[in-house]
Design a protein around this ligand. Structure first.
Ligand SMILES: *Cc1c(COP(=O)(O)O)cnc(C)c1O
Length: 361
């Protein structure tokens, strides 16, 4: 079989070492003669898995003691509802930055619960997709929180700096760039990330929340979305997605072995730079995002001659390069190069792109 590199945006590839370890202990975990997914979430061995995963995540991101780490259900979209339900309190307004397709979805859901004030938009500036820098954001004086998405998975747009929003809690949908680089957790009220991009399989969502924001959920908040309940029950108010939690724990250990987020960030920057450099220097391909907003995780690009799109996708698959077709909403191509994608995968993609250009340019 040709060596396969999977560029899927999500669910995305998981490190091979992690998959091999999971395979090895699939039906006989911890010498118990059964799988980790077949034991009670309240049993001592699973509680140990859960606690270790949390501690490893805390170590990786240097999560301060006054933050809770929650392992919740419902993916990223579950949080689009959980955030307003838990954080509005008696306020009626929340500010949102609209930087692309995912933040627009968060806005749509937020509008069910409050007045949404848009603090920033994205759009072309001199032909390049740009998000207005945060020193131009005007946060509503009565906003309960400011929500933004630092990495727009579909658009390939990233906001590198953490916005300064004063005392208003900052909420970040980090689904697609969580653990891709070091971050200062203390700058955030809530960070959440659906697992299937950079953490593990789908079915799990990580939430990191500053403790003083707990206890404000609306009375009609569904129990599975209630941060305080999750926090007071160690994320086991109902049965958590135990297998996803276990796999996330393996990914955290793998990441530690790679030098943590500090180490992986160097690799991630190198991967993205190689790909963008190649695209910028080729008349055959182009990227339409401003350099200040280019995503390190999701590299979008177009073929100058879009009639070759189908051929490009078909031939890339023959070369073992999977899932390069862009999201249906934006078209073109997209290479998602999360933590698990080795530099060899990016090099293989560039080699294929060159060959395709030579044959069709
Ligand atoms: C994938 C993604 C989501 C949605 O996640 P689900 O788990 O499908 O709900 C939300 N936000 C961002 C930035 C994403 O990349």
């Amino acid at each position: 079989m040709t060596k396969v590199y999977n560029f899927c945006a999500g669910p995305a590839m998981i490190p091979t070492e992690v998959m091999e370890k999971a395979q090895q202990e699939f039906i006989n975990w911890n010498n118990m003669g059964c799988s980790v997914m077949e034991i009670s979430h309240r049993s001592e061995p699973f509680m140990k898995v859960a606690a270790e995963a949390e501690q490893d995540l805390r170590d990786l991101l240097h999560v301060p003691d006054n933050y809770k780490v929650l392992f919740m259900h419902g993916g990223g979209r579950g949080q689009f509802s959980a955030v307003p339900l838990n954080l509005l309190g008696d306020k009626k307004v929340a500010s949102y930055c609209d930087s692309g397709i995912w933040s627009a979805q968060a806005v749509r859901e937020g509008e069910k619960y409050c007045e949404v004030d848009i603090v920033a938009k994205h759009g072309p500036v001199e032909g390049l997709e740009t998000v207005s820098p945060y020193d131009h954001w005007e946060v509503h004086p009565d906003a309960a929180y400011v929500h933004y998405c630092p990495n727009e998975t579909v658009d390939g747009v990233e906001i590198y700096d953490i916005p300064e929003v004063g005392d208003v809690p900052l909420v970040a949908d980090m689904s697609s760039n969580f653990l891709s680089k070091p971050i200062d957790v203390s700058k955030f009220g809530v960070i959440y990330a659906g697992a299937q991009k950079n953490v593990g399989p789908s079915g799990l969502c990580i939430v990191i929340i500053r403790e003083d924001l707990l206890g404000k959920a609306r009375a009609d908040t569904p129990v599975v979305l209630d941060y305080s309940l999750a926090a007071s029950h160690d994320s086991m108010y109902n049965t958590p997605p135990t297998y996803a939690w276990y796999l996330a724990g393996l990914v955290f250990k793998w990441l530690k072995s790679k030098g943590g987020v500090e180490g992986i960030a160097v690799q991630n920057d190198l991967k993205a730079k190689s790909l963008y450099d190649y695209i910028d220097n080729s008349p055959f391909y182009s990227n339409s995002v401003a350099v200040a907003n280019r995503s390190v995780m999701n590299v979008t690009f177009k073929l100058t001659d879009e009639s070759l799109n189908k051929q490009f996708v078909a031939q890339s698959e023959e070369h073992g390069l999977l899932a390069l077709e862009g999201h249906r909403a934006v078209g073109g191509m997209r290479a998602s190069i999360y933590n698990a994608m080795p530099i060899e995968g990016v090099n293989a993609l560039i080699a294929f792109m060159k060959k395709f250009e030579q044959q069709n340019g």
